[in-house]
Design a binder for this molecule. Structure first.
Ligand code: DAH
Length: 344
């Protein structure tokens, strides 16, 4: 019996020493198992010794082993709670997020301003039912001029300095050339938008030998200038902001009659007069008109039955106005310091 008490004391000391080395709740679990596991644990095995104990000592023996077991269980429990709390604390520390830390800057590309404006214009008009027709950059004299009521000796040819490739072929000077292709190939109702590059021998701060236009054409029964104004009002509101309006000024283009120059109310000063609108309250944004009957007839469309409206808008000019760019070259130089600033 004495020998047994000695053994129990030994185990107790062993547990106390062992616990000092434990650093995690997982280690506590393993350590606990090595003592309390009913089959393999050291304390568990003590119970199996019962049969070797004299019957009169069995009750005392059982009591001692149980006391040791209860004591050990309480010790492990206490240590487990302590270490688990510490571990949780550590986890909180590790997972702590510093919300004041500056975010990692992700650089992303953006579309070229000309593409942005082109897409915005297409969005506006496709919501009104327009389809996109892209013509070709090399055109014949006929499509670029003659069919548009600008025959060879017409003075309006001087309005645009043309790059001729041969007497017959040229680099189109205007997307209006696309109107003819569409009207030759389709019956009204027609509602198309024709964006693309055009070319003129012209070069200064606001002109470039290559630039981009977007043509619009509607042909149907009873089309009037009112339809044009309604559409252009929507256009300038979407591009330059709510509250912007348009006014039509008489002008001249060979392919429209009447022809108009379209101004929008100055979006910088609201029409009061400022540097941008040169004190007038209005900014010229595009050319337009009612399709000349001769142009309809040139394409085999009965001008008694149908009428049309057309407009042509310069995309670089629109981008320059919208984003406050004062030199057209900035749009062709691919300087990222400029392009990065424009992301609509
Ligand atoms: N083609 C003209 C130009 O380049 C712009 C234009 C004016 C287009 C009136 C049109 C229009 O369709 O009706 O200057």
């Amino acid at each position: 019996m004495q020998e047994l008490n000695h053994k129990l004391a030994e185990i107790k000391q062993e547990i106390l020493d062992g616990m000092e080395q434990l650093e995690s709740s997982k280690e506590v679990y393993e350590f606990k198992k090595s003592y309390l596991d009913s089959k393999k644990g050291k304390i568990g095995q003590l119970m199996k010794e019962m049969r070797n104990i004299a019957p009169e000592n069995r009750a005392a023996y059982g009591k001692s082993v149980n006391e040791l077991k209860e004591w050990a269980t309480a010790c492990f429990e206490e240590l487990d709670v302590k270490l688990k709390a510490k571990e949780l604390q550590q986890r909180y520390e590790n997972e702590k997020i510093d919300i004041t830390m500056p975010a990692v800057k992700k650089t992303k590309g953006n579309l070229h301003p000309i593409t942005q404006v082109r897409n915005q214009l297409i969005d506006v008009f496709s919501s009104m039912g327009f389809e996109v027709f892209e013509g070709t950059e090399i055109e014949t004299d006929y499509y670029n001029f003659t069919a548009l009521n600008t025959p060879q000796d017409h003075p309006a040819r001087d309005m645009q300095d043309t790059f001729y490739l041969s007497p017959e072929f040229l680099l189109r000077t205007q997307t209006s050339a696309g109107q003819i292709h569409v009207m030759e190939n389709r019956k009204p109702p027609i509602k198309i938008l024709s964006p693309g590059k055009v070319f003129r021998s012209d070069d200064d701060a606001t002109h470039s030998p290559m630039f981009t236009q977007m043509e619009g054409l509607v042909v149907d029964k009873g089309i009037t200038l009112c339809d044009l104004k309604g559409m252009l009002d929507v256009l300038v509101q979407k591009i330059y902001g709510e509250g912007t309006t348009t006014r039509l000024r008489p002008s001249y283009f060979p392919f429209t009659e009447p022809s108009v120059e379209v101004d929008c109310s100055c979006f910088a000063c609201g029409g009061k007069g400022c540097k941008l609108c040169k004190g007038t309250g209005w900014i010229e944004v595009l050319g337009a008109g009612i399709v000349n009957k001769k142009v309809l007839e040139n394409c085999g469309i009965d001008s008694e039955e149908y009428s049309g409206l057309a407009f042509g808008i310069g995309i670089e000019r629109t981008a320059m106005l919208k984003y406050g760019i004062n030199n057209i070259k900035l749009l062709f130089e691919s300087d990222l310091r400029v392009l990065e600033q424009i992301d609509d």
